[in-house]
Design a binder for this molecule. Sequence first.
Ligand SMILES: Nc1ncnc2c1ncn2[C@@H]1O[C@H](COP(=O)(O)OP(=O)(O)OP(=O)(O)O)[C@@H](O)[C@H]1O
Ligand SMILES: [Mg+2]
Length: 89
Amino acid sequence: MIEVNNVSKAFKKQQVLADINVNFEPGEIVGLIGPSGTGKTTLIQCILGMEHTDTGWVTINEKSIPNRKVLKDIGYMAQSDALYEDLTG
Ligand SMILES: Nc1ncnc2c1ncn2[C@@H]1O[C@H](COP(=O)(O)OP(=O)(O)OP(=O)(O)O)[C@@H](O)[C@H]1O
Ligand SMILES: [Mg+2]
């Protein structure tokens, strides 16, 4: 289970996430939908611990994020530049 609690995040003066509270239950398939620039990727990066949150906290299976041990259970495909095009099998 993923718990997002009171998460806020700004880049300089631009507030991107404002007091986000959401839980994701085991087995759920969730889509984050919204116009470009509204913070979908930023939220995912905060959940993974790739970005620090300004306020709030995230837990995955009751473990506080960031947590390197939790990362081994997560598959994350970034939206771009995710693959090395010149890498062979
Ligand atoms: N590392 C960063 N430094 C500064 N600004 C950033 C950074 N990452 C994201 N932003 C800004 O934060 C806002 C939200 O970006 P984000 O990439 O989270 O949006 P998104 O909803 O995933 O957009 P898209 O639908 O285009 O993927 C944008 O205005 C973006 O320019
Ligand atoms: Mg995005």
